[in-house]
Design a protein around this ligand. Structure first.
Ligand SMILES: C[S@@+](CC[C@H](N)C(=O)[O-])C[C@H]1O[C@@H](n2cnc3c(N)ncnc32)[C@H](O)[C@@H]1O
Length: 302
């Protein structure tokens, strides 16, 4: 790849998705974009880049950004975030939201749905306590392709074998041919919408829990700090943020503090120190903005 084409793609990807690619990863650009070039009738990458620069190149640019996203995910990935959800976050919320019985959860880089459905399964497992609550799980991703798959909730044998305990496979999935489909009531618990983490979060409203896992690893330092600081504004004061195993807030954002002994789990620096004693805010906040936020996402999704 010639240096000018690399510079063009570097700048486009960073500006459109936050993805920062180093020169050592040129092979990744080539292996992901050559099939895109061929599918669009070009023999080589420089022809694709030339077409992207034309006034008519908008769709190609979008296809390239999408092709460069890494969508790797699996059910109950890394296990510990879901242990934190079951052992720390949900017990806290059951006490603090007992009056309002409302919970808003954002899965901010949901890929093909395994992460938000793992969250939904955790909630379903405590249906005796939370069954009559109003729980929103908003799952977003920049890639329309992964969201289309997520909405259908159909997974291969290989995908359900990665991380999903057999008891939960049998309990929550139905086999259709070679594939497994997650039950309609679990699908109904999750709303999927396209959303770019570079966009303004204000329209989304506030959340009690934010999962933003394994996406900021692809951003540079400045990009990570920017997203983390803006995420802090979307979290209620006693809310929780979960990051991926290779991600941290340390040195990047002063808005969060790690929850001691709970790797990957963070709260606002202003949250009360003793878990369970933090002041509930859902009761005092107006539910209007949350509803408006969902309406705005639905509108964007068309
Ligand atoms: C590696 S997957 C992680 C999926 C899941 N969170 C997990 O941990 O298993 C990263 C996801 O982030 C999405 N993504 C990348 N850049 C994004 C952006 N700027 N805004 C929203 N989603 C983005 C990708 O499309 C991809 O599906």
């Amino acid at each position: 790849m010639n240096p000018a084409d690399f510079d063009y793609l570097y700048t486009l990807l960073k500006a459109r998705s936050g993805f920062v690619i180093s020169k050592e990863k040129i092979y990744l650009l080539e292996s992901r974009l050559l099939p895109v070039a061929r599918a669009n009738g070009f023999q080589a990458l420089d022809e694709l880049v030339r077409a992207m620069k034309l006034p008519t190149g908008g769709n190609l640019q979008e296809t390239v950004v999408e092709a460069m996203t890494t969508n790797e995910t699996f059910f109950f990935r890394d296990k510990s975030p879901f242990d934190h959800l079951n052992e720390v976050i949900l017990p806290h919320m059951l006490v603090e939201r007992a009056r309002t019985r409302r919970l808003r959860i954002w899965c901010a880089a949901a890929s093909t749905g395994q992460e938000p459905f793992s969250i939904a399964i955790c909630l379903k497992e405590i249906a005796d306590k939370i069954g009559n609550w109003h729980v929103d799980i908003t799952a977003t991703d920049i890639s329309n392709d992964v969201l289309e798959k997520a909405k259908v909730g159909l997974y291969s044998q290989f995908e359900v074998q990665r991380g999903l305990p057999i008891q939960q496979l049998v309990k929550y999935f139905k086999q259709t041919g070679d594939l497994w489909q997650i039950s309609s009531d679990l699908r109904a618990m999750v709303e999927f919408h396209p959303f770019n983490l570079l966009d303004d979060f204000a329209s989304l409203g506030k959340f009690d829990i934010i999962f933003c896992r394994n996406v900021l690893i692809y951003f540079d330092r400045e990009g990570k700090s920017d997203v983390l600081d803006r995420l802090s504004k979307q979290l209620v004061p006693d809310g929780y943020l979960l990051l991926g195993a290779a991600e941290t807030v340390i040195g990047l954002s002063n808005e969060f503090k790690p929850v001691p002994q709970k790797r990957g789990l963070y709260q606002s620096v202003n949250a009360a120190n003793n878990i369970g004693a933090a002041q509930s805010t859902v009761g005092s906040r107006n539910d209007g903005p949350a509803n408006r936020a969902l309406a705005s996402l639905r509108q964007r999704a068309g």
